[in-house]
Write a protein that binds this ligand. Structure first.
Ligand SMILES: [Zn+2]
Length: 125
């Protein structure tokens, strides 16, 4: 990615938390490297910190990678888990809202997930 530098007085698009609108904010301070550190909303005057384009926050994972398998958690395709019996596995597909296919080192297994401890599987029919 190209490194972009800014100077005080420039305008950048940012979502103003007060106006709840994305608008051009005025850069009020920059770091030594030319990265924006603070911006000001021209409408409400709110000063806020500016986070550079680096998006470290992808979709929020409901489980830590490689965390122990927990059937009360909700897994997504691509997440990994450590099963007490089968070892490390990766979710390859969500079959049903509460069933997942997990590929372990030896073979694929179907596991349950997204079950709540207070509401065990009960036939609702
Ligand atoms: Zn504002």
């Amino acid at each position: 990615m190209e490194k972009q530098t800014y100077t005080v007085g420039e305008r950048v698009e940012k979502l103003c938390a007060v106006c709840e609108e994305e608008r051009g904010h005025v850069v009020v301070s920059v770091t030594k490297r030319g990265q924006i550190s603070r911006v000001s909303c021209p409408k409400c005057g709110t000063r806020s910190t500016f986070k550079s384009g680096k998006s470290t926050s992808g979709p929020r994972a409901s489980a830590q990678p490689g965390a122990p398998y927990d059937w009360t958690r909700t897994y997504r395709t691509g997440q990994t888990m450590l099963h007490p019996t089968y070892g490390m596995g990766e979710v390859t597909a969500v079959i049903e809202p509460q069933k997942i296919d997990v590929l372990f080192s030896d073979r694929m297994r179907r596991l349950i997930h997204a079950r709540t401890a207070l509401a065990p599987a009960v036939a609702s029919a």
